[in-house]
Write a protein that binds this ligand. Structure first.
Ligand code: ASP
Length: 343
């Protein structure tokens, strides 16, 4: 680590900084001054660490568009002064926030590392200290005078993942996250070993876009799905797009009421993005007869995107006010490494 590196720690809340409310016994976020007390190691780093915090730290279940905009503001307004950023965040919605920041911060040339913990940092068996300390080390790591990581990532229990590829899969394990369709970008053992062949590099100057449109919904299909549910979702007022979570490689019922309802929604201008309910693998519309109609009516394949990344990408593109044709084109492209274009 280079002693002149400056890292900005952005504290938003989450278990890492929570303590028990003496009245209710529930975990509630506390302020960062107390978190700093619990991690005296922060003073021993060979780089300069400054801290900014949400005025009121939140449980990440309360994260919304405004929270993403505040995180992006904190990175943008400090971009030139710092070499890397570590965002402390609850695990529950970390995959959504990491996806959001990965789209908002186009052409980022510095590391933005999300981390958190399963146990509060004040507890003796906490996983928070290790996550925090290694995240700082990664955010400060350089090679040939440039940051090794130049994208938005999640670091959790020894693995660094591309943020928009992550999914919280465990409420119990210390390795709470997986990135089923992209190998970890780095693994931390005695050394931190980076997969340099996977790392993103910017194509131009940083551009920060903070608008989102939340006229979206997630439709998870299941055997026994009834027309009333489909009609209810597809006829929501002002609905602009849905993520449809389908079976296997992108399949769903072929019953005419279902196909007709989807097709009518597309004709009304609703964008439908197809992702799989499976943890690993990709949508391949047309592979089976049960996805042929999806392809022909104009449902867009989300390929191997996670539901989290797919939903946030829709909100981001709608916020940029693209027309349907541009939406389709950009949804099929990788804009921040969120999907595999040549599986
Ligand atoms: N409910 C917490 C949150 O997401 C859980 C965690 O931090 O792990 O803020």
């Amino acid at each position: 680590m280079n002693a002149s590196q400056k890292i900005l720690l952005i504290y938003t809340g989450g278990t890492i900084g929570m303590m028990e409310d003496p009245d209710t016994g529930s975990l509630v976020p506390f302020n960062f001054a107390q978190l700093r007390l619990n991690v005296p190691e922060l003073r021993r780093f060979d780089c300069l660490i400054d801290v900014v915090s949400f005025d009121e730290p939140i449980d990440s279940s309360n994260v919304n568009i405004d929270s993403w905009q505040r995180m992006a503001d904190m990175v943008e307004s400090n971009y030139d002064q710092y070499d890397g950023f570590v965002i402390l965040h609850g695990t529950d919605t970390m995959a959504y926030s990491a996806s959001a920041l990965s789209f908002m911060l186009q052409n980022i040339a510095k590391p933005v590392i999300f981390t958190g913990s399963q146990l509060p940092i004040g507890q003796i068996r906490t996983d928070g200290k290790e996550n925090l300390i290694t995240s700082i080390e990664i955010a400060a790591a350089t090679e040939n005078n440039e940051p090794i990581i130049q994208e938005v990532c999640v670091f959790f229990q020894s693995k660094l993942f591309r943020g928009n590829r992550t999914h919280k899969y465990s409420t119990e394990n210390f390795d709470a996250f997986e990135s089923a369709n992209l190998a970890p970008l780095a693994e931390a053992g005695i050394h931190i070993n980076y997969r340099r062949d996977l790392l993103l590099r910017p194509n131009g100057l940083l551009t920060v876009r903070k608008a989102f449109d939340n006229h979206v919904a997630v439709l998870k299909i299941f055997p026994g799905l009834s027309p009333i549910v489909i009609e209810g979702i597809l006829n929501l007022p002002d609905l602009r797009a849905i993520v449809m979570e389908t079976f296997g490689s992108g399949n769903g019922p072929t019953e005419s009421w279902f196909i007709d309802a989807l097709s009518a929604a597309i004709k009304r201008g609703v964008t439908i993005l197809n992702v799989t309910q499976c943890n690993k693998g990709s949508v391949d519309q047309g592979l089976y007869e049960t996805s042929e109609a999806f392809e022909s009516m104009g449902i867009i394949s989300g390929r191997d995107m996670t539901t989290e990344a797919a939903l946030v990408k829709l909100m981001y593109l709608l916020g940029l006010n693209y027309n349907a044709a541009d939406m389709r084109r950009i949804l099929l492209e990788s804009i921040s490494g969120e999907l595999t274009t040549n599986p």
